[in-house]
Design a protein around this ligand. Structure first.
Ligand code: ADP
Length: 333
């Protein structure tokens, strides 16, 4: 279980802002609640920025109090809303954003998001000196430097719940089902869903399977008396991979069904584990930045909160462990 660190603060700032950016993830609200309440407890003014970097540039910055974050810990999405903001890729625009925060009397910024959002925060701090800190919020769990990201556990639970339901119909009809989960460049959701959902095969971007090898697995299952199979497919760089695999299997005289879970994996109530992670990381981000450490992410490694400089995270790929891929394969046989 995640250890709650010493969160004592040597307060260097009195006014902070928080925003959510990039893809939304269940648990972002729990992180926001922790930031606001922990910040207020330290005697800070806390401002919420609407719609990520877009709202920041538009000056959509509002004071928050303990009641602004009441009754949100259990809600998916983000009450601050989120956005993708192309202008923020420009240096002059990031300078403008920092100037705007300074003019409002805000001294530091907490960014809840993924590695893209952290790149924006890192560049803004490097170029302007405005202190920023990141809280990892993405269902994909693909951020280097942290074992877990907020939203991942919920997304995996959602996908496993879907697989349990699909398995009922798959076994009633003796069918093969291809279940496509999110994961464009990483197979974290797919592999954990595959292991936890008891899938017969897991296809991840890190280790693509050929149609011939998938057929072999299906045949082996049939020889063992299996009449149905669940194949979990990470969407990969070009979503729709499950359908392409289904087309390949159809050419080998199978008749698989395809179920694309899509955005159902993003929504819904965060799990207990995501709420706890979000609460601890949100409060840790406040304690860290108020004490004067910035340009980094608060993450978790081996159940302990860690600080990882943004420059170590950005552009570094987090690899799916060979062990988990092997375990998924062995348990499926
Ligand atoms: P995520 O944070 O979930 O990875 P994105 O990659 O879409 O999501 O990034 C969210 C936002 O962060 C972008 O819309 C942009 O405003 C900002 N951002 C991403 N990459 C950069 C970059 N290289 N330079 C500046 N800002 C960036």
């Amino acid at each position: 279980m995640l250890t709650v660190p010493n969160l004592s603060v040597e307060k260097k700032y009195n006014s902070i802002a928080v925003l959510t950016s990039g893809g939304d993830a269940p648990g972002m609200n729990a992180a926001l609640r922790a930031v606001v309440r922990y910040g207020i407890a330290q005697g800070c003014e806390v401002y919420g920025v609407l719609k990520g970097y877009s709202g920041l540039l538009e000056g959509q910055i509002h004071p928050m109090n303990a009641s602004s974050v009441a009754n949100i810990i259990q809600r998916g999405g983000t009450i601050l809303k989120t956005d993708r903001c192309l202008p923020f890729y420009k240096k002059a625009v990031r300078q403008e954003a920092a100037n705007l925060l300074v003019r409002k009397g805000i001294e530091a910024l907490i960014v809840i998001g993924g590695d893209g959002s952290f790149t924006g925060a890192h560049l803004m701090e490097k170029e302007t000196g405005f202190p920023t800190i990141g809280v990892p919020g993405t269902i994909d769990n693909d951020i280097f430097g942290t074992d877990d990201t907020i939203g991942f556990d919920t997304a995996v639970n959602t996908a496993i719940d879907a697989i349990d339901r699909i398995r009922d119909t798959a076994s009633s009809h003796d069918r093969i089902f291809l279940v496509e989960v999110m994961g464009r460049s990483s197979g974290f959701i797919a592999i954990n869903t595959g292991i936890g959902g008891g899938a017969e095969t897991v296809i991840v971007p890190e280790q693509m399977e050929t149609i011939a090898s998938i057929c072999k697995t299906i045949e082996r299952g049939i020889r063992r008396g299996k009449s149905s199979s669940i194949i979990v497919v990470a969407e990969g760089p070009k979503p729709g991979l499950a359908q392409r695999v289904a087309d390949g299997l159809a050419k080998k005289n199978y008749n698989p069904k395809v179920c694309i879970l899509g955005h159902t994996q993003r929504g819904g109530q965060p799990t207990a584990s995501d709420r706890l992670l979000a609460s601890v990381l949100g409060a840790s981000a406040v304690a860290t930045i108020l004490s004067g450490t910035s340009n980094c992410m608060v993450g978790v490694q081996k159940n302990k909160v860690t600080l990882v400089p943004f420059k170590e995270i950005i552009g570094t790929k987090k690899h799916l462990s060979k062990e988990s891929m092997e375990l998924a394969r062995v348990l499926a046989t």
